[in-house]
Design a protein. Structure first.
Ligand code: ATP
Ligand code: MN
Length: 478
């Protein structure tokens, strides 16, 4: 195939007077003369000027929106407004037609919900071009951050034989037939006859596996898909989402907070530096959307203001107990505005409380620590008061919880006592308990929800619009 020059490179300059081959999809074709061509390398289109008087009319008819074409031509300085360079076409080849009668997108703004239903064209819109470029840059920045610090990228399994993690409802993995399920004498499903010889599920978290690796490599992280069969139809939950889970030996909860804050700041500034075009577009999109809202709900910060604010300010750190005091005495609580009023210590915080703390009271990212043991997982380290555990959640404006983590309980007796209190059978987790039997040590880690980070950085409002193929209750298209 003829060597293709990317549109991004042509628009950067340095090709003037040169013959190039460009390939891409037609955005628009005006006056039988001007093609706006996009190849995904840049959000900007390349203008192709067609010598329509000397071109076969039947070919011109096939230059329709979304058709794939290949152009050979010369790069020249553009006379028109809006672009510095354009290409005058010498030959035009239609690679793939796009029938305008059947093409589902009109040249107007479509709802994000509608676009979700046409996965192939969704990628060709400006919004999703920007979102998925930023998603890519965030993923790279995350690997870069950990790699530079000497962490080992550890692949935790997607199919797991342990169902005791308790992070959420699990999807079962089985090859047993539904109609003739083998049964034990007692009438239970006989998983010994199943593919793995036992019941298996899709993972809800790679943490326990990461703990094993951390107690050998000192510093590891996972970055992979996780699955939760929770029926939470919200703008912040997916049934399949990606999670980053660092786990660090010889670290306490304070080291853990420092690491999480540094990771978030590093990745956000990476996007600010590397994706100016995408951010400018999404910022405009967000501000257009804000204009639809009533005055008092509008933000006075632009998208990039928000990102920079987050990078340049220390996250507010406070304990759960301090947060409860603030919430108890808050105006919305006193005026009965919370759906779940805060009356006493021990209450689980709902998203309305998290948002109050982050968006009204502190007006910046918040790290909440030392939650009551009753509302947190069994593996979190017991504090000296025997009431709270060394948990830490990071709450972000507009998002709520973005990170959940803790210092882990490294003392075998305390860990087993906690499992007993929570009715978690030991035999399921002997392999995990062994880490506490053979060279245990203080260690800590957290889970960062990748899509929640993408949501924050792109300023999108629904988590379904920041993952290429969203899975949520009632929907697993494509
Ligand atoms: P939430 O209270 O928001 O449901 P969680 O307490 O269940 O979160 P963890 O189990 O601590 O969350 O998971 C770690 C991180 O994974 C969360 O901080 C969040 O960023 C992300 N996360 C959790 N559940 C989902 C989900 N269903 N979809 C997308 N991201 C999620
Ligand atoms: Mn949850």
């Amino acid at each position: 195939m003829a060597k293709r020059t990317k549109i991004k490179d042509i628009l950067k300059g340095g090709f003037e007077g040169q013959e190039v081959t460009v390939k891409g999809w037609v955005k628009t074709f005006r006056n039988n003369q001007f093609i706006a061509l996009n190849d995904g390398s840049s959000m900007s289109n390349l203008q192709i000027v067609v010598d329509f008087e000397n071109e076969d009319p039947s070919k011109l008819k096939r230059i329709t929106t979304s058709a794939a074409i290949s152009i050979e031509g010369t790069v020249i300085a553009s006379q028109g407004k809006g672009q510095a360079f354009e290409v005058t076409a010498k030959t035009i080849e239609i690679l793939g037609d796009s029938d305008p009668e059947k093409y589902p997108l009109q040249p107007k703004k479509h709802s994000l919900e509608f676009l979700r239903e046409i996965a192939h064209l969704r990628f060709r819109t400006n919004t999703f071009n920007a979102v998925f470029k930023i998603r890519h840059h965030l993923a790279i920045a995350i690997h870069q951050f950990f790699h530079e610090k000497g962490f080992v990228y550890m692949h935790s399994p997607i199919i797991t034989g342990s169902d005791a993690e308790g992070a959420g409802e699990m999807f079962k993995v089985t090859t047993l037939p539904f109609d003739k399920t083998p049964r034990t004498e007692g009438g239970e499903v006989d998983f010994k006859k199943d593919f793995f010889g036992k019941a298996t599920n899709l993972t809800v978290s790679g943490q326990l596996e990461a703990e094993l690796a951390a107690l050998a490599f000192s510093e590891v992280y996972t970055f992979g898909p996780t699955f939760r069969a929770e029926n939470s139809n919200t703008s912040r939950h997916l049934a399949e989402f990606w999670m980053i889970e660092p786990e660090v030996a010889f670290a306490d909860i304070h080291d853990n907070m420092d690491l999480a804050e540094a990771l978030l700041k590093y990745t956000i500034s990476h996007v600010v530096e590397n994706c100016p075009e995408e951010l400018a577009f999404l910022e405009q999109r967000l501000s257009d959307e804000e204009k639809q809202k009533p005055q008092h709900e509008r933000s006075d910060m632009t998208l990039r203001d928000k990102l920079n604010f987050c990078v340049n300010n220390e996250f507010q750190r406070l304990t759960y107990t301090e947060a409860i005091e603030i919430l108890k005495n808050s105006n919305p609580n006193k005026k009965g505005k919370f759906q779940y009023p805060i009356n006493e210590w021990g209450a689980d915080l709902q998203s309305e409380h998290e948002r109050y703390l982050v968006e009204k009271h502190f007006n910046k990212p918040v790290i909440l620590t030392n939650y009551p043991k009753e509302i947190k997982a069994f593996y979190m380290r017991m504090d000296d008061d025997n009431k709270t555990v060394a948990a830490m959640d990071i709450l972000f404006p507009g998002i709520g919880e973005i990170v959940g983590g803790s210092q882990r309980e490294e003392r075998l007796d305390k860990l087993m006592a906690r499992m007993d209190e929570m009715h978690i059978p030991h035999h399921e987790l002997e392999w995990f308990l062994d880490t506490r039997r053979f060279g245990t040590c203080p260690h800590a880690g957290f889970g960062l929800g990748f899509e929640r980070l993408v949501l924050f950085v792109t300023g999108m409002t629904n988590i379904r619009d920041v993952i290429p193929f969203p899975r949520y209750p009632g929907s697993a298209e494509f």
